[in-house]
Design a protein around this ligand. Sequence first.
Ligand SMILES: [Ca+2]
Ligand SMILES: [Ca+2]
Length: 135
Amino acid sequence: MKRIMFAWILASSAPAVAAQPTADSGIVLGERPIARAEVIAFIRTQFAAMDVDRDRYVSPAEFEAFIAREDLNVPDGIGHIGRRWFEKSDVDGDGRVSIEEALSRPLQMFDIADLDGDGVASVEEQSMAQMLLGK
Ligand SMILES: [Ca+2]
Ligand SMILES: [Ca+2]
């Protein structure tokens, strides 16, 4: 526990700008501790970039436009958007993705990684999760 907190303090004191992932890359696993709040903030930013008409849903057209202008050949991470993102995220099958739906898979992945449930996935915890997920 002490070690996790120490790592988190180190991560928090690093320059904020350097570690900011771009909208399409996702949060790469295994490099540094990741906070649950950071995952939520990242997905919200990404969602806002996709929801061009600001109706709080990502439509198939908005998704297509987003992946057409993003480079998909980036490292896979939490929140990474691939070609099948829309069908995987539209859990209730209403043909649009809400922010809750967009958050559900990344947070599920995060909660698997955060074994001790302290809201931060340490690098060790992420390695465990990657083994469990077969990555
Ligand atoms: Ca929309
Ligand atoms: Ca939906």
